[in-house]
Design a protein around this ligand. Sequence first.
Ligand SMILES: [Zn+2]
Length: 131
Amino acid sequence: MIRSWMMRFMAGRYGGDQLNILLIAFYVILYVVYLFTRMVIFELLALILIIMSLYRSLSRDLDRRRGENARFLQVVRPIARRWNTFRSRTHDREHRYFKCPNCGQQMRVPRGKGRITVHCRSCGAVFEEKS
Ligand SMILES: [Zn+2]
């Protein structure tokens, strides 16, 4: 009963996406900050975010909402990729990372092998690197 009402209500509406998840996440963070600080500005900002999120979910202008999410992902994806690379490198104790002195290509060598000759697969440069 409630389920079918919900389905009829949401028909033709936008629903959720990555941008909405971020809006809700920031809403939760700001609301927790508000609970600790009791500063009204945080409650107000949290309220704005949750209203934006609801407005987007219930919107019937699907093209515009998809466009917003696409622009959001365009900004966030490179940042997320760089963050993931950084994290996997800091956890990798078996390799040393460096850039090719000729073309700047990211490379890695196994640690603890002394000075080794490295061959860049990108530009073909050959050089020595300590590992
Ligand atoms: Zn190179």
